[in-house]
Design a protein. Structure first.
Length: 383
């Protein structure tokens, strides 16, 4: 096992114990069902209840709301263990939705949604991306017009992780139609059960992340209580999203590092066993050089992400550093795994091999939560 992986400076005795339970759960309750879930395009919703019982869904949320009462370090453990096993289920989205509610919700909203999210009764989703609006959040068109004690919502969202199973959606909507400025957007929490006018599309056919429920959402005159607005008033949505995206981008960057580390580990084991020209592949200088490069890149990534996690826990991670981490580490993740696929030869292209699944799954990391090109713009604006 990679010692650097387990000796990160943000780890404590408590998180080490937590890691053991998470690792056991991943191996016993998630890994055996990957083929079935990939075939059906989503996991069995019942696994969310099991994950809730183990404290995997909201490990950093306060205990009074059903959470584990930990810090981002506990979330990080879950992210890493899933990434190392090549499992994509959307558990991270649960924590992201919860952070929006914790940061901007009132007490009644927190009590209403968070305990059920922690238990797995409610699966959360983030409704930002639209067919004509991705990284450019200000171009969101889904509308929410006030009508008495309700908002009437019309529009659609796409590429929504957990969309098909979602019981609660943190939805980005346009509430000010006089301007397209930053104060025109708001966040409204939508409970989907028996909700008239709301429907989901079929699971989208992606090139990777086949176990992750991803679909379109449609809103046709959907009436949602005005009390579901997050924040003290309309027009705060863009600022809320920009503030919380640091957390999402950090989680993605962390999963990139953990996945890259695992790719190097399993490939090193493979080339020591696989023979070519009568000798293990590892005996070839090119193999060792390639793995040396991958190992070095992964180690540099680990040092960087550990620094970012410490900053985040201390409340000091800025937008620029989060953007750097997201773009640079996901780029390195794909390059490292691509090299590892090459070293596996033909077997690296077979879906039965974890390295092949990691390869296709890693490609999306450079796109969502703000494309890497947008991340570079954020870094560029800071210069």
């Amino acid at each position: 096992m990679n010692s650097a992986y387990y000796d990160s400076p943000w780890m404590t005795d408590e998180t080490r114990i937590f890691r053991k339970s998470v690792s056991h759960f991943v191996k016993s309750e998630l890994a055996p069902h990957q083929a079935l879930w990939a075939e059906q395009g989503r996991a069995d919703p019942r696994v969310w209840a099991k994950a809730g019982e183990m404290g995997l869904l909201l490990p950093a949320a306060p205990e009074e709301y059903g959470g584990g009462g930990g810090t981002f370090a506990h979330e990080a453990v879950v992210v890493e263990e899933l990434a190392r096993s090549g499992i994509c289920l959307g558990f991270d989205i649960q924590s992201i939705v919860a952070r929006y509610i914790l940061a901007y919700g009132n007490e009644a909203q927190k009590q209403r949604w968070l305990p059920r999210m922690a238990s797995g009764e409610l699966i959360g989703a983030i409704g930002m991306t639209e067919p004509d609006s991705g990284s450019d959040l200000q171009s969101i068109k889904t509308s929410a017009k006030r009508d008495g004690d309700h908002y009437v919502i019309n529009g659609s969202k796409t590429f929504i992780t957990n969309g098909g199973n979602a019981g609660v959606i943190c939805l980005a909507v346009r509430t000010d139609f006089r301007t397209a400025g930053p104060k025109s957007l708001s966040l409204i929490v939508v409970e989907t059960k028996d909700l008239a006018g709301f429907r989901t599309g079929r699971s989208m056919l992606k090139i990777g992340r086949h176990t992750q429920d991803t679909c379109e959402l449609f809103f046709d005159d959907v009436r949602v209580p005005a009390d579901n607005l997050l924040g003290s008033g309309e027009g705060r949505g863009l600022f809320q999203m920009m503030d919380q995206l640091r957390h999402e981008r950090l989680s993605i960057a962390l999963s990139a590092v953990a996945s890259a580390e695992q790719a190097v580990e399993i490939t090193t084991s493979y080339v020591k066993e696989r023979k070519a020209f009568g000798n293990p592949l590892f005996n070839l200088q090119n193999t060792r050089f390639k793995l040396a490069e991958c190992k070095t890149d992964a180690h540099i990534g680990r040092v960087f992400i550990d620094h970012c996690i410490q900053l985040f826990i201390a409340g000091k991670l800025d937008d620029t550093t989060a953007a750097m981490a997201k773009y640079w580490l996901t780029d390195r993740q794909f390059r490292i795994i691509d090299e590892c696929v090459q070293l596996h030869g033909g077997y690296g292209y077979m879906q039965d091999f974890l390295i092949a699944r990691m390869w296709v799954d890693s490609r999306a990391q450079r796109i969502y939560a703000g494309s890497n090109e947008v991340m570079k713009e954020i870094v560029g604006w800071s210069l």
